[in-house]
Design a binder for this molecule. Structure first.
Ligand code: CU
Length: 115
């Protein structure tokens, strides 16, 4: 039952993320540029999934600059806030994510596929 609720929440989140991204996907020839600008404004960081550890609720990401954490590009491990997030991505996926510092850990609060 709990798993069903979590998975419904993740479907709703994905639908919401898609709805948010949709107007940008409609942008004409410079769609890529538009998207990068919008991602930076939203505090989203680009990355590539290198490893998913579902048991530990951790994802290893090769990430670009994380502006809100003043962090340069690197490969590192993040915790996820919602356990359903580890099921939404797999190794090799290009993603956009948002991370915050929480009690000494870096925690992903939002993650979705890069277009
Ligand atoms: Cu890092």
């Amino acid at each position: 039952m709990k798993a069903r609720i979590v998975s419904m929440i993740s479907v709703i989140s994905a639908a919401f993320a898609f709805a948010m991204a949709a107007p940008l996907a409609l942008a004409p020839s410079a769609a890529g540029t538009w998207f990068v600008v919008a991602a930076a404004e939203n505090g989203m960081t680009q990355g590539e999934v290198r490893r998913v550890d579902a048991g530990q609720g951790k994802i290893t990401i090769r990430h670009g600059e994380i502006k809100n954490l003043q962090m340069p590009p690197m490969t590192m491990v993040f915790k996820v806030r919602d356990p359903a997030m580890v099921d939404a991505v797999k190794k090799g996926d290009r993603i956009l994510f948002r991370a915050v510092q929480e009690n000494g850990d870096l925690v992903i609060t939002e993650i979705r596929p890069a277009p």
